[in-house]
Ligand binder design. Structure first.
Ligand code: PLP
Length: 384
């Protein structure tokens, strides 16, 4: 499928989608394969090993191959959403297996894990993000099967040392699985730091245009865990449709440009608002004063991501008012698109969330940095 030479930079591999060219027509853009099934050969064999589209379709394979290449993994799998990808990993566990996850992580997944624990399907410990002593203390050698990490975490930007987490997990006989949605492989490749699996909400910056719901897993090795994930995907049919896979592949062709541009904008915004009288804290690992800055600088390259969170001096009310006063930033959920968004995230997550109700999450897009800073300053001045 790919005639791409080895050793090319990620931006080259992404822009050319691994250099794939349609063998029949010479088309540089791949076709979409909506077919549900594939005719068997005269000998009754499935052509190319494909039988049925619930987990086999060439349109998935192109996007999977590019993502695996960007994450420096052996293989990737697309899912119908980030949640479908994440829950598939946990569905490979046996009843009672132990999981260690961070307190601050994608809220819906934390809620799902807590629900699974309440129903005694798994045993769960949530530990403070980046606290290696707490992580080590929570591990139960032999019983802990998955250590979950998300760094920088959504929305507060807490940082976990991936190499240290991988070493601790492996010593206890567990796997380290990393939600790499916020950095994307452009800024951080957890498999290079010892992680076993990477998970993505490809809905965010991998696709980048806020028009596809998608998830992905990428593995360091095609081992037993990977085979079980593959089986789970086939059982559930939680795969991405061919049209969405095609859109995702198109989005990924510009991922390096978009991620770099929004990370530069985010850094500029974080620096501009740090010390603003209406803001009690700017949470962004790109700021030297952020507690995770040194670790983030070591394990990330080219920037610190598109999410900046602000804690408001004026509390929950100020968080609501500043979001409403913004003109360029849209008051909407999600993150990772080319357009900038803001929401009072603690209030959206509601009771039970560790995210404070004075926190405003910004998803920084690729607009002009000066325009974005000006919009934020006028809104903060309006709130006072
Ligand atoms: N992980 C992170 C960090 C997210 O921000 C999200 C969604 O916001 C998810 C996972 C879940 O992904 P999806 O919405 O594609 O199911």
């Amino acid at each position: 499928m790919s005639r791409f030479p080895a050793g090319q930079k990620p931006s080259t591999r992404a822009a050319q989608a691994l250099g794939w060219i349609d063998p029949e027509t010479g088309a540089l853009v791949p076709p979409v394969h909506p077919a549900v099934q594939y005719e068997r050969t005269a000998e009754g064999e499935p052509p190319g090993g494909r039988v049925y589209t619930r987990d086999q379709n060439p349109t998935y394979e192109q996007a999977e191959a590019l993502l695996a290449s960007l994450e420096v993994g052996q293989a990737a799998m697309l899912f119908s959403s980030g949640m479908a990808a994440a829950t598939t990993v946990f569905d490979t566990l046996d009843v009672g297996d132990h999981v260690v996850a961070p307190e601050q992580m994608y809220w819906m997944l934390r809620r799902w894990l807590q629900d699974q624990a309440a129903r005694e399907r798994i045993a769960l410990d949530l530990v403070p993000n980046g606290d290696m002593a707490a992580l080590r203390a929570a591990l139960r050698p032999g019983a802990t099967k998955i250590v979950w990490a998300e760094t920088p975490a959504n929305p507060g930007g807490a940082v976990t040392d991936l190499a240290a987490a991988a070493a601790a997990a492996h010593e206890a006989g567990a796997r380290l699985v990393v939600d790499n949605t916020l950095p994307t492989p452009v800024l951080c490749r957890p498999l290079e730091h010892g992680a076993d699996l990477v998970m993505h909400s490809a809905t965010k910056q991998l696709n980048g245009h806020s028009d596809v719901l998608a998830g992905a897993l990428v593995t360091a090795r095609e081992d037993d865990l990977w085979k079980r994930c593959r089986r789970e995907r086939a059982f559930r049919g939680a795969v991405l449709g061919p049209f969405e896979s095609w859109l995702l592949l198109r989005g990924m062709r510009t991922v390096c440009l978009r991620v770099g541009a929004s990370a530069r904008n985010a850094q500029r915004i974080a620096e501009a608002l740090d010390g603003h009288p209406a803001v009690s804290a700017v949470l962004y690992p790109g700021l030297p004063g952020h507690p995770g800055h040194d670790v983030a600088a070591r394990q990330m390259e080219g920037g610190f991501g598109a999410v900046v969170s602000l804690r408001m001096q004026g509390g929950a009310d100020a968080a609501r008012r500043v979001v409403r006063a913004l003109r360029l930033f849209h008051n909407a959920t999600s993150l990772g698109g080319v357009e900038s968004l803001a929401e009072p995230r603690g209030q959206v997550e509601g009771p039970g969330s560790p995210v404070p109700d004075d926190l405003v999450r910004l998803s920084v897009g690729i607009e002009d940095a000066g325009d974005l800073v000006a919009d934020l300053e006028q809104a903060l001045d309006a709130v006072g």
